[in-house]
Design a protein around this ligand. Structure first.
Ligand code: HAM
Length: 431
């Protein structure tokens, strides 16, 4: 049985082939996201992967609705797999708005589903780091969120030479639209044309723009001017004060495809323009009000960062770790008469919180060692019996190759102090 196109299997390292997706790399990325969110004071939330279809058809805009996985469930409800997290978050925030002090700083790492035309960097499921700030209208909130976006990429080793956040404004485009569009034209059609400007051939863009009565030249001129609005200038100043200016630039070529954005919007791209967007977001000050039928009115903004393009970029920049240490130690049992002592040590080490594995059944030494390497262990531990009948442990730190002999009670301490002190190992009395 094959898996569905556009879906992924995640294997533990070492991977079966070059194109396989790594569960360890995924964990590495999630850990960087979670840790950066924690450093910024964001709290984790989650919601259901299956939602009422209406949640998306009403607010997200035609593009995402065309990509929905939806069906009628056995109770006759029209439901959809979530294609994005923002409507769920808006619903959750509106449901308990009085319970939490504002602003809310919340994050989640949902798996999302979109029936997309498959292309590089776009699959039919992906994981997305979502960070949102709810209840703050000041551009300070936008700066805080963009700083979080930048730092979550920096946490993975990426620098200002690797990526840039292109900052734009729906307000600026709205003003442009009102000035240039033919009466009766709808801004959403115009936003779609701008959103696809870089991907579509000029004739296609011109045709879309003709529908709203705006010449392509006027659009190009506006993008080239790149003058920050006062709101964008505030955001840039706050990012500059944090030393993050090299990571951002004003770029009106960005407008965002989703319908609900209202103010500043942004997208992060790799500097060489080799990949599709790494992340995108912006303000959506009306969405919570619309989803709660006017009951709760809270300004909000956020971004989503996908794992697919990010993993490709990390590989491209050689920032994908090639070893994922899973184990603190692998306990080699080369002398079966030492198995009971080994099991006792194994239990003690695990109870002390260390990650330790061992051969379940008797196996040749080289097989055991290969398995230890496959599992990415930091140390090996082997018990030895002295001629006097005492049992001690030989602890080896694989990366530095330093080795020491230790009483059993001290092994946990040695495994924690990295690398094991390069004390000269006495010739093994058991050898
Ligand atoms: P989005 O631009 O649709 O925004 O997605 C954000 C990021 O998710 C993209 O930049 C990309 O990295 C990743 N992504 C999207 N679709 C796919 C796909 N089919 N395959 C792989 N990766 C993908 C949103 O979803 C907004 N809800 C973000 C947001 C949060 N805005 C405010 N808060």
């Amino acid at each position: 049985m094959e898996r569905l196109p556009g879906f992924r299997d995640f294997y533990p390292e070492p991977l079966p082939d070059r194109d396989a997706w790594s569960a360890d790399l995924r964990h590495h990325i999630f850990a960087a996201w979670r840790n950066t969110a924690r450093r910024y004071g964001f709290r984790e939330y989650d919601g259901p992967p299956l939602e009422p279809l209406d949640l998306y058809t009403v607010k997200s805009g035609a593009e995402i609705v065309g990509q929905l996985y939806h069906f009628t469930d056995k109770g006759g409800r029209d439901v959809a797999l979530r294609p994005e997290m923002t409507p769920t978050l808006a619903r959750m925030a509106a449901a308990h708005d009085r319970h939490y002090r504002k602003p809310l700083k919340w994050f989640a790492i949902p798996q999302l589903f979109r029936y997309e035309r498959q292309q590089k960097g776009r699959l039919r499921e992906h994981f997305q780091f979502n960070a949102d700030l709810i209840g703050e209208a000041d551009p300070a909130g936008d700066a805080e969120l963009i700083a979080l976006l930048i730092d979550s990429l920096r946490a993975l080793g990426l620098t200002a030479d690797d990526f840039v956040v292109r900052l734009s404004s729906r307000n600026a485009w709205q003003a442009f639209f009102e000035q240039h569009a033919r009466p009766g034209a709808t801004p959403y059609d115009f936003y779609q044309a701008i959103d696809k400007l870089e991907r579509d051939p000029p004739e296609a863009t011109q045709a879309r723009l003709d529908a709203v009565g705006i010449p392509l030249d006027a659009v190009r001129h506006f993008i080239d001017s790149g003058q920050p609005t006062p709101e964008l200038a505030r955001i840039l100043a706050e990012l500059g004060a944090r030393g993050l200016a090299p990571f951002v630039r004003v770029d009106y070529g960005v407008i965002r495809g989703l319908a609900y954005y209202t103010g500043p919007v942004f997208e992060a791209f790799d500097r060489h323009g080799k990949f599709r967007a790494l992340a995108g977001g912006g303000r959506y000050d009306d969405l919570i009000k619309r989803l709660s039928n006017g009951r709760v009115d809270l300004p909000a903004l956020g971004f989503g960062m996908g794992d697919v393009v990010l993993a490709e970029l990390l590989k491209d920049r050689r920032l994908r770790p090639d070893r994922f240490a899973q184990l603190d130690a692998f306990l080699l049992i080369e002398d079966e008469s030492l198995r009971p002592d080994s099991l006792q040590l194994l239990q003690t080490l695990r109870e002390a919180g260390l990650a330790v594995d061992y051969p379940l059944v008797a196996a040749k030494s080289d097989k055991q060692f290969k398995r230890a390497l496959d599992l990415g262990t930091v140390h090996t531990v082997r018990l030895e019996r002295t001629p006097e009948g005492q049992v001690h442990a030989r602890v080896k730190h694989l990366a530095s190759r330093s080795e020491l002999v230790s009483p059993l009670a001290e092994v946990a301490r040695h495994l924690r102090s990295e690398p094991a002190a390069p004390a000269p190992a006495p010739a093994s009395p058991a050898a």
